[in-house]
Design a protein around this ligand. Structure first.
Ligand code: 5RP
Length: 221
Protein backbone atom coordinates (compact mmCIF):
# COMPACT_ATOMS: atom_id res chain seq x y z
CA UNK A 1 0.00 0.00 0.00
CA UNK A 2 1.39 3.47 -0.77
CA UNK A 3 2.11 5.73 2.23
CA UNK A 4 -0.70 8.17 1.43
CA UNK A 5 -3.21 5.34 1.36
CA UNK A 6 -1.79 3.92 4.62
CA UNK A 7 -2.27 7.21 6.45
CA UNK A 8 -5.73 7.75 4.94
CA UNK A 9 -7.01 4.31 5.86
CA UNK A 10 -5.71 4.65 9.43
CA UNK A 11 -7.63 7.91 9.84
CA UNK A 12 -10.85 6.33 8.60
CA UNK A 13 -10.65 3.81 11.47
CA UNK A 14 -11.56 6.69 13.82
CA UNK A 15 -14.93 7.29 12.16
CA UNK A 16 -17.93 6.00 14.12
CA UNK A 17 -21.60 5.48 13.38
CA UNK A 18 -23.68 8.66 13.43
CA UNK A 19 -20.79 11.05 12.78
CA UNK A 20 -20.80 14.00 10.42
CA UNK A 21 -17.50 13.69 8.55
CA UNK A 22 -15.60 16.40 6.65
CA UNK A 23 -13.97 15.22 3.44
CA UNK A 24 -10.67 16.82 2.46
CA UNK A 25 -9.25 17.40 -1.00
CA UNK A 26 -6.24 15.99 -2.84
CA UNK A 27 -4.54 12.70 -3.61
CA UNK A 28 -4.31 11.59 0.06
CA UNK A 29 -7.90 12.56 0.89
CA UNK A 30 -8.88 10.59 -2.22
CA UNK A 31 -7.87 7.38 -0.44
CA UNK A 32 -9.78 8.36 2.67
CA UNK A 33 -12.93 9.00 0.63
CA UNK A 34 -12.60 5.59 -1.00
CA UNK A 35 -12.12 3.85 2.36
CA UNK A 36 -15.12 5.69 3.84
CA UNK A 37 -17.23 4.50 0.89
CA UNK A 38 -16.05 0.95 1.53
CA UNK A 39 -16.96 1.16 5.22
CA UNK A 40 -20.40 2.51 4.28
CA UNK A 41 -20.95 -0.50 2.06
CA UNK A 42 -20.04 -2.63 5.07
CA UNK A 43 -22.71 -0.92 7.20
CA UNK A 44 -21.18 2.29 8.61
CA UNK A 45 -23.81 5.05 8.93
CA UNK A 46 -22.45 8.58 8.56
CA UNK A 47 -23.21 11.83 6.75
CA UNK A 48 -20.52 13.90 5.06
CA UNK A 49 -19.66 17.39 3.86
CA UNK A 50 -16.93 18.14 1.31
CA UNK A 51 -14.19 20.76 1.08
CA UNK A 52 -14.31 20.99 -2.72
CA UNK A 53 -16.48 20.27 -5.73
CA UNK A 54 -14.03 17.52 -6.74
CA UNK A 55 -14.36 15.71 -3.41
CA UNK A 56 -18.12 16.17 -3.40
CA UNK A 57 -18.33 14.67 -6.89
CA UNK A 58 -16.19 11.72 -5.86
CA UNK A 59 -18.23 11.16 -2.71
CA UNK A 60 -21.48 11.26 -4.67
CA UNK A 61 -20.09 8.84 -7.22
CA UNK A 62 -19.08 6.42 -4.47
CA UNK A 63 -22.45 6.65 -2.70
CA UNK A 64 -21.39 8.57 0.42
CA UNK A 65 -24.46 10.36 1.88
CA UNK A 66 -23.84 14.12 1.75
CA UNK A 67 -25.62 16.59 4.02
CA UNK A 68 -26.17 20.34 3.35
CA UNK A 69 -24.23 22.63 5.70
CA UNK A 70 -27.53 24.27 6.69
CA UNK A 71 -28.60 21.01 8.34
CA UNK A 72 -25.62 20.60 10.66
CA UNK A 73 -24.20 22.56 13.59
CA UNK A 74 -20.75 21.03 13.75
CA UNK A 75 -18.56 18.45 12.02
CA UNK A 76 -17.41 15.55 14.20
CA UNK A 77 -14.24 14.68 12.32
CA UNK A 78 -12.53 16.08 9.23
CA UNK A 79 -9.82 14.15 7.41
CA UNK A 80 -7.58 16.09 5.02
CA UNK A 81 -4.08 16.14 3.56
CA UNK A 82 -1.40 18.83 3.74
CA UNK A 83 1.49 20.15 1.67
CA UNK A 84 3.84 20.73 4.62
CA UNK A 85 3.68 19.94 8.35
CA UNK A 86 6.11 21.40 10.90
CA UNK A 87 7.01 19.89 14.31
CA UNK A 88 4.32 22.04 16.01
CA UNK A 89 1.67 20.65 13.62
CA UNK A 90 1.33 23.92 11.74
CA UNK A 91 0.47 23.30 8.12
CA UNK A 92 0.67 24.70 4.64
CA UNK A 93 -2.37 23.62 2.65
CA UNK A 94 -3.93 24.64 -0.62
CA UNK A 95 -1.76 22.89 -3.17
CA UNK A 96 -5.02 21.60 -4.62
CA UNK A 97 -6.61 25.06 -4.49
CA UNK A 98 -9.25 24.24 -1.85
CA UNK A 99 -7.74 26.05 1.13
CA UNK A 100 -10.68 28.36 1.92
CA UNK A 101 -13.26 25.60 2.19
CA UNK A 102 -10.73 23.31 3.87
CA UNK A 103 -10.05 25.88 6.59
CA UNK A 104 -13.77 26.42 7.13
CA UNK A 105 -14.24 22.68 7.62
CA UNK A 106 -11.18 22.30 9.86
CA UNK A 107 -12.21 25.27 12.03
CA UNK A 108 -15.70 23.87 12.52
CA UNK A 109 -14.67 20.31 13.32
CA UNK A 110 -14.46 18.77 16.77
CA UNK A 111 -11.45 16.83 15.49
CA UNK A 112 -9.21 17.55 12.51
CA UNK A 113 -7.07 14.64 11.32
CA UNK A 114 -4.25 15.40 8.90
CA UNK A 115 -3.01 12.58 6.71
CA UNK A 116 0.37 12.78 4.97
CA UNK A 117 3.22 10.70 3.67
CA UNK A 118 6.61 11.23 5.29
CA UNK A 119 7.76 13.64 2.55
CA UNK A 120 5.44 16.35 3.94
CA UNK A 121 7.28 16.74 7.27
CA UNK A 122 9.57 19.79 7.46
CA UNK A 123 11.50 21.65 10.16
CA UNK A 124 10.15 25.01 8.99
CA UNK A 125 7.22 25.76 6.72
CA UNK A 126 7.83 27.70 3.54
CA UNK A 127 9.69 25.57 1.02
CA UNK A 128 6.28 24.91 -0.49
CA UNK A 129 4.95 28.25 -1.77
CA UNK A 130 2.09 29.42 0.43
CA UNK A 131 -1.22 29.56 -1.49
CA UNK A 132 -3.27 32.69 -0.89
CA UNK A 133 -6.77 33.00 -2.33
CA UNK A 134 -7.59 36.56 -3.39
CA UNK A 135 -10.53 38.16 -5.15
CA UNK A 136 -9.69 38.92 -8.82
CA UNK A 137 -10.70 42.59 -8.49
CA UNK A 138 -7.60 44.85 -8.59
CA UNK A 139 -5.48 41.77 -7.96
CA UNK A 140 -2.26 43.70 -8.64
CA UNK A 141 -2.86 45.90 -5.56
CA UNK A 142 -3.42 42.87 -3.35
CA UNK A 143 -0.35 41.13 -4.78
CA UNK A 144 1.81 44.20 -4.08
CA UNK A 145 0.73 44.08 -0.42
CA UNK A 146 1.63 40.39 -0.28
CA UNK A 147 5.08 41.17 -1.70
CA UNK A 148 5.59 43.75 1.07
CA UNK A 149 5.50 40.81 3.51
CA UNK A 150 8.71 39.49 1.93
CA UNK A 151 7.69 36.87 -0.61
CA UNK A 152 7.96 36.29 -4.33
CA UNK A 153 4.56 35.78 -5.87
CA UNK A 154 3.13 33.86 -8.79
CA UNK A 155 -0.46 33.74 -9.93
CA UNK A 156 -1.48 30.08 -10.23
CA UNK A 157 -2.26 29.07 -13.80
CA UNK A 158 -4.13 26.14 -15.29
CA UNK A 159 -4.13 25.44 -19.04
CA UNK A 160 -2.65 28.89 -19.77
CA UNK A 161 -5.43 30.63 -17.85
CA UNK A 162 -5.66 31.87 -14.29
CA UNK A 163 -6.70 29.01 -12.03
CA UNK A 164 -10.17 29.75 -10.65
CA UNK A 165 -11.16 28.34 -7.26
CA UNK A 166 -14.52 26.81 -6.33
CA UNK A 167 -15.31 30.25 -4.87
CA UNK A 168 -14.62 32.10 -8.14
CA UNK A 169 -11.34 33.62 -6.97
CA UNK A 170 -7.68 33.30 -7.98
CA UNK A 171 -4.69 31.89 -6.10
CA UNK A 172 -1.35 33.60 -5.58
CA UNK A 173 1.44 31.22 -4.61
CA UNK A 174 3.76 33.11 -2.27
CA UNK A 175 7.32 31.89 -1.86
CA UNK A 176 8.64 32.90 1.58
CA UNK A 177 11.33 30.15 1.60
CA UNK A 178 11.22 29.96 5.42
CA UNK A 179 8.23 30.86 7.60
CA UNK A 180 9.36 31.35 11.19
CA UNK A 181 6.16 32.71 12.77
CA UNK A 182 3.26 31.03 10.95
CA UNK A 183 0.59 32.29 13.35
CA UNK A 184 1.71 35.90 12.97
CA UNK A 185 2.09 35.62 9.18
CA UNK A 186 -1.38 34.09 8.90
CA UNK A 187 -2.81 37.16 10.67
CA UNK A 188 -0.82 39.65 8.60
CA UNK A 189 -1.85 38.10 5.29
CA UNK A 190 -5.51 37.92 6.21
CA UNK A 191 -5.53 41.62 7.13
CA UNK A 192 -4.79 42.59 3.51
CA UNK A 193 -7.96 43.80 1.75
CA UNK A 194 -8.68 41.45 -1.14
CA UNK A 195 -7.33 38.36 0.59
CA UNK A 196 -9.97 35.72 1.24
CA UNK A 197 -7.73 33.37 3.22
CA UNK A 198 -4.34 31.69 3.05
CA UNK A 199 -3.04 28.14 3.39
CA UNK A 200 -1.44 28.49 6.84
CA UNK A 201 -3.32 26.28 9.31
CA UNK A 202 -2.14 26.94 12.86
CA UNK A 203 -3.48 25.27 16.03
CA UNK A 204 -6.13 23.34 14.17
CA UNK A 205 -4.73 19.81 13.99
CA UNK A 206 -5.99 17.21 16.51
CA UNK A 207 -3.99 14.31 15.11
CA UNK A 208 -1.34 13.90 12.45
CA UNK A 209 -1.19 10.53 10.73
CA UNK A 210 1.96 9.79 8.76
CA UNK A 211 2.36 6.95 6.29
CA UNK A 212 5.90 5.66 5.65
CA UNK A 213 7.41 3.98 2.62
CA UNK A 214 8.30 0.91 4.69
CA UNK A 215 4.60 0.33 5.46
CA UNK A 216 4.54 1.83 8.98
CA UNK A 217 1.98 4.38 10.13
CA UNK A 218 2.44 6.83 12.99
CA UNK A 219 -0.29 8.77 14.80
CA UNK A 220 0.78 11.95 16.61
CA UNK A 221 -1.80 13.67 18.88
C1 5RP B 1 -5.75 20.85 -1.32
C2 5RP B 1 -4.85 20.54 -0.19
C3 5RP B 1 -4.28 19.17 -0.12
O1 5RP B 1 -4.69 18.58 1.07
C4 5RP B 1 -2.79 19.27 -0.18
O2 5RP B 1 -2.43 19.94 -1.38
C5 5RP B 1 -2.13 17.89 -0.16
O3 5RP B 1 -2.45 17.23 -1.34
P1 5RP B 1 -2.02 15.73 -1.62
O4 5RP B 1 -2.75 14.89 -0.61
O5 5RP B 1 -2.46 15.50 -3.03
O6 5RP B 1 -0.53 15.62 -1.44
O7 5RP B 1 -4.56 21.34 0.66
O8 5RP B 1 -6.10 22.19 -1.34
Amino acid sequence: MNPKQLAAEKAVEFIEDGMVVGLGTGSTAYWAIHKIAQRIQEGLRIRAVASSRDSEELANKLGIPMVPFSEIEVIDLTIDGADEVDPHLNLIKGGGGALVREKILASNSKRFFVIVDESKRVEHLGQFPLPVEIVPFAANFTINKLKELGCNTRIRMSNDKEYITDNGNIIVDCNFEKIVEPKELNKQINLIPGVVDNGLFTRLVSSLIIGYNDGKVMVID
